[in-house]
Ligand binder design. Sequence first.
Ligand code: GTP
Ligand code: MG
Length: 332
Amino acid sequence: MTELAKDILAGSRRALARALTRVENREAADLLAELYPHAGGAHLVGITGAPGTGKSTLVNRLALTLRERERTVAIVAVDPTSPFSGGAIMGDRIRMRDLAGDPGVFIRSMATRGSLGGLARTTSDLVTVLDAAGYDSVLIETVGAGQSEVDVARLAQSVVVVEAPGLGDDVQAIKAGILEIADILVVNKADDPRAKNTVRALRSMLDLGTMPDRAALLHHGRLVDAALPAVEGAGEGWEVPIHPTTATTGEGVEELADLLDAHRAHLAESGGWERRARARALTDLEARLRDALLDRLLMQVNGEELTALVDAVARRDLSPGAALERLLAETE
Ligand SMILES: Nc1nc2c(ncn2[C@@H]2O[C@H](COP(=O)(O)OP(=O)(O)OP(=O)(O)O)[C@@H](O)[C@H]2O)c(=O)[nH]1
Ligand SMILES: [Mg+2]
């Protein structure tokens, strides 16, 4: 084993920081292979929702609560510089004030812009390193608008979707299908009198639908379909709670920590933990396979030929399917 991997497993923060930078630069394949067997013990919690709902403030509070329970916590903030709300800077400043200097907390911010090789995969690898480093909980905060929420859900064992009153019309984020990925729905800013309406709107939406098989929902692809056959009654028997919090005062955050513990315990008992781990492994493998095959194929393709095909498809002289046939014929 390399010194760097040993130092990480021994708890060196400097080694950890160095490793995470390598991961972000996509120069860590060997290191990840070394650390991978040591990961798997952390509770991975995704925290997502529309900009400005109070995710950072909530993550900060949750981290403090977990620390009081003697758990160590790593925080990965994906794209902390959301252009949509000035709140991001605020939340992150408070976070630094309350958590800085605690050796049981490790905070990493990650910019989405310029992340090489895909945000989801880089985040997944960062989380693997933090998991191997021995943190009890890894909290992953993303500002989500569609696909990125689902990508977080793929990483996390427990997904917290944060809503808040007064962001345009009630519960707008639900349009993006965000409800379906929630294990716990938090209505933050419960100090706002309109929060009751938000809770009510969410309640009626949840009552409308039965929860689908989560693992299958989050991970559909060819490999998954083949290797993760549908399971009888695989809604996993978890009723999604709608939980109000006021992150600024910390009200409701103890109960949120309890709900997360309960969800983890539920996954362990129901087989959901294993099922999600398996689904994640398959999704991960499929994404890597696709990238690798694409790279390999593109190396064999003549650039001019590719340009000509794109032109032809754009002019509608050729269908995308027919263009594919030609590409494949060329590389066989
Ligand atoms: N009234 C009230 N304000 C809150 C609450 N939680 C957070 N805020 C405020 O909402 C604003 C946004 O908070 P953040 O924690 O930065 O929200 P965020 O969801 O992380 O924002 P982005 O990262 O930009 O998406 C800040 O001004 C917070 O002080 C709450 O429970 N009640
Ligand atoms: Mg934030």
